[in-house]
Write a protein that binds this ligand. Structure first.
Ligand SMILES: Cc1cc2nc3c(=O)[nH]c(=O)nc-3n(C[C@H](O)[C@H](O)[C@H](O)COP(=O)(O)OP(=O)(O)OC[C@H]3O[C@@H](n4cnc5c(N)ncnc54)[C@H](O)[C@@H]3O)c2cc1C
Ligand code: SF4
Length: 488
């Protein structure tokens, strides 16, 4: 283990942010890196507690105490090897993961947890800066052909693992660049897109082929793909957006968050986009939905120069601290405040939007809300109740609907005869990610519903192991927590 008294000597420290006034002038990342000594001290805080609950908190089973120890000792290259043994893309999770590992950290029971996510980011950035992230093409090829549909984190992780096993992997992506929601959903201020490009260069050098601008199900039928490839893994994400079908929802100015965010990311990247400009500039903006997507809409609106930004959440305001009914080491549903929330948004909880109001030209000019409360009935789902006399009218020229996704698109499922659940997530055995059609597998948001990057990478890796076994009878690709740990 690292420094025995580290957790007593050093307080938790993570990267700081540049001042709000400065950072909202552009869409660049705005973290201020720690010095090397500070990061090593953070690694030293890991207690190597014997039963590392952080492993179970991380869906990838990252070998956290091992890389913390390596960082503390300044063995950065070893730390990078340990990290990559379980995580294909730590530069994504090191920036964007909500870090369930930190909620499960033993030190977190009565102290601030180890800053695992930030250590992870520093390890991978050191590795890239020193040229240690190199292509690892397989030593032999099996001549089996695999089609990966979708190039989000699930598809990229599955592709890299399957390529490592020696199969010929082709990734089909309907967009013109790879990354899925990493590129066309998550704003640049959370992750600049050259971070994805840098990793893609490595994947291409390893021999993975990409076919962009190809929508499977439309440009190439799924059954044709099935005939041409030995296995298919579907990683198309959960793309069906939840709607708010109330009066006025067809007014100009009521916009789906993903239309707004993807257009902005395209604009920042100099890529073309369809439809009219959707801009928050000089508008009173209301973001409906309090999750990650809502938070990204807030940061983007502020950077576009919105007059005001309000955020409505239908659920009540959660406690900032872990409550008794959500004990350690489980992931607690507590109030999370993002960097975007702190850039000038006004947050409102227990509030429901009843109607959008338009002018004579059909443009949004306001909306009506009502305060709500949730009645808990034992054994049943909580019931939403409006509070009488709390209706309020708000001026607003742009509404961004950020209420999540309800499921995945069904075209491929219909063409292949795949079973789906009521939410249109494609059904697959959790044991081996196989669908009801032999040779067709599914991973990431398209299987589990709207989720997290770390889960997408994890599912892509797990699915790859089972596809390799399906094709070859056995597999050396690691399962969760079976990273090939290098010797320190
Ligand atoms: C705005 C926003 C912010 C988020 N922020 C975070 C965050 O900070 N941290 C976090 O952990 N998670 C975050 N998430 C969730 C995270 O992005 C997703 O869970 C993750 O990207 C899912 O990965 P995936 O590979 O399953 O699918 P996706 O990333 O959705 O990728 C699916 C890909 O498949 C392609 N595709 C779909 N159908 C076809 C087809 N028929 N043919 C060819 N290609 C196809 C799509 O074009 C897309 O590129 C956020 C989500 C959103 C929307
Ligand atoms: S991927 Fe996420 S959960 Fe896993 S160690 Fe990194 S920050 Fe923690």
């Amino acid at each position: 283990m690292g420094k025995i008294t580290g957790f007593l000597e050093f307080d938790r420290k993570v990267e700081s942010y540049t001042p709000v006034k400065e950072r909202v002038q552009n869409f660049k990342e705005f973290t201020v890196p720690l010095k090397e000594k500070e990061i090593k001290d953070q690694g030293a805080r890991c207690m190597d507690c014997g039963i590392p609950f952080c492993h179970s908190g991380c869906p990838l089973g990252n070998l956290i105490p091992d890389f913390n120890d390596a960082v503390y000792k300044g063995k950065w290259e070893k730390a990078a090897e340990i990290l990559h043994a379980t995580n294909n893309f730590p530069e994504f999770t090191g920036r964007l993961c909500p870090a369930p590992c930190e909620e499960a950290c033993v030190l977190g029971i009565n102290e601030d947890p180890v800053s695992i996510e930030n250590i992870e980011k520093n390890i991978v950035e050191t590795a890239f800066n020193n040229g240690w992230v190199l292509a690892e093409p397989p030593e032999f090829r099996t001549e089996k052909k695999i089609a990966v549909v979708g190039s989000g984190p699930a598809g990229l992780a599955a592709a890299q693992q399957l390529n490592r096993a020696g199969h010929w992997v082709t990734v089909f992506e309907r967009d013109e660049k790879a990354g899925g929601l990493l590129r066309y959903g998550i704003p640049d201020f959370k992750m600049e897109k050259h971070i994805i490009d840098r990793r893609l260069e490595v994947l291409e050098e390893e021999g993975i082929r990409f076919k962009f601008g190809v929508e499977v199900g439309k440009d190439i039928k799924a059954d044709t793909l099935k005939k041409e490839y030995d296995a298919i893994v579907l990683c198309g994400g959960a793309t069906i957006r939840r709607k708010l079908p109330i009066k006025g929802s067809d007014l100009k100015g009521v916009v789906q968050a993903m239309d707004f965010l993807s257009q902005n990311n395209r604009r920042v990247d100099g890529l073309p986009y369809e439809g009219e400009d959707i801009l928050a500039t000089n508008k009173n903006v209301v973001v409906i939905g309090g999750g990650d997507t809502g938070s990204d809409c807030i940061g983007t609106s502020i950077r576009q120069g919105a007059t005001s930004v309000s955020n409505f959440e239908i659920l009540g305001k959660a406690s900032e601290q872990r409550t008794e009914d959500q004990p350690w080491p489980f992931w607690p549903m507590r109030l999370r405040t993002s960097s975007s929330h702190k850039e000038g948004a006004h947050r409102f909880f227990s509030i429901s939007t009843k109607e959008f109001i338009g002018d004579e030209q059909g443009r949004l000019k306001g909306l009506i809300t009502v305060n709500v409360e949730w009645e808990n009935i034992p054994g049943k789902r909580p019931v939403l109740k409006e509070i009488e006399g709390t209706e309020k009218e708000w001026p607003c020229e742009l509404v961004l609907l950020a209420m999540g996704f309800t499921g995945s698109e069904m075209t491929i499922a219909e063409q292949l005869g795949l079973e789906a659940d009521v939410r249109t997530n494609i059904k697959a055995s959790i044991k081996d990610y196989s669908t009801n059609v032999p040779g067709v597998f599914v991973a990431g948001d398209q299987r589990r519903g709207q989720s997290l990057i770390v889960w997408a990478i994890s599912e892509g890796r797990q699915a790859a192991h089972h596809i390799d076994s399906y094709l070859m009878g056995e597999s050396n690709l690691p399962l969760k927590g079976e990273g090939d740990l290098p010797r320190l």
